[in-house]
Ligand binder design. Sequence first.
Ligand SMILES: [Zn+2]
Length: 228
Amino acid sequence: MKMKLIAGMGTILWTLATLPVAGEVITRVATQEKCVALTFDACETKTPSWLDKTILDFVEKEQIPCTIFVSGKFAVRNRSELQRISRYEFIRLENHSLNHFQHMEKLSDEAQKREILEAEKLVEEITGRKPIFFRFPAGNHDANTLRVVQLLGYRVVHWTFPSGDPDRGETAPKLTRWVVSKATPGSILIFHINGRGYHTGEALPGIVRELKGKGYRFVSLEELIRLR
Ligand SMILES: [Zn+2]
């Protein structure tokens, strides 16, 4: 009975920890624990984009918990591969809007809802699971877009600091040095897994190795948020 009660309390606390807080954009988690969460953007704008094989091979082989924010067009183009990787418990697919409009806040409320719900439908079809986190395209939003997303039950999760990986000049050693020096307990790391993280696949093994060497653990976004 007592155990049941404790388990029940745990579920309640966990549910509370994952509920959206009005106006909140999560960019890091306040914790003393040396944990970080790995996230990727998988968006497609003008040119066809594919999942980055080098990154994927590495996270699959090492089973590193990660969250991939997918946009609609990308989800359609990469459907079978996304379906395949979504079977892994350590890989989560979340919502990054349907069309990846750079400024969702300029759309009408109705259009914003469509952006969120149509992408949600695609992610749910692929994974069999309703996404719970949302990331704005390019991070752009205002108080109203935030309200619209949160009313649909989402928590908005951005990043602690930009990795800079869509810059071709960010070589693997530079990327590694930057990310390893900037990461702190509770950091949410962001990279691109859509072919626009030009040196990410090359840098990631070193980043993971060095952070682990400094005592960091890679945890899922859910687990990181639960640490609050
Ligand atoms: Zn994006």
